[in-house]
Design a protein around this ligand. Sequence first.
Ligand code: ZN
Length: 142
Amino acid sequence: MAQQATRVSTSHELSTPDIRDHYPEFTQRLEARRAELLEAVRTARANLDEQVMDSPGDVGDESVVDTNADYFLNRANTNQRELVEIGDALERMHRGVYGICESCENPISIERLRKLPYARMDVDCQGAAERRNPLYRVPPKL
Ligand SMILES: [Zn+2]
């Protein structure tokens, strides 16, 4: 699905990387991803409605419908969670703290942010946080 449409100019090395120079790039990435997710949420809802409407009322088929409904609901929840993360990331962008680790306040690497544009912490702090509490785990890798 949805490949990156544009090839972003590859590694221009920055001696003193300032994440704020990259805000436009990441704003774009976050907003593109948000649009994608909103579309996915819409599709999931439509599928869910269809499942319910198409439900033949045959007892034998109920478990199948439930399983599919669960599947779409789980997908929708994951998307919803990612949407919240993206909203927070854009908000951090407005405050000028995007790309700064929330734990140690060191800059998060551009490479990491390209993989996970709504990362709140650098790799080390993220790992430590996840070990302390699995709920810190960010939504599934893309
Ligand atoms: Zn950190």
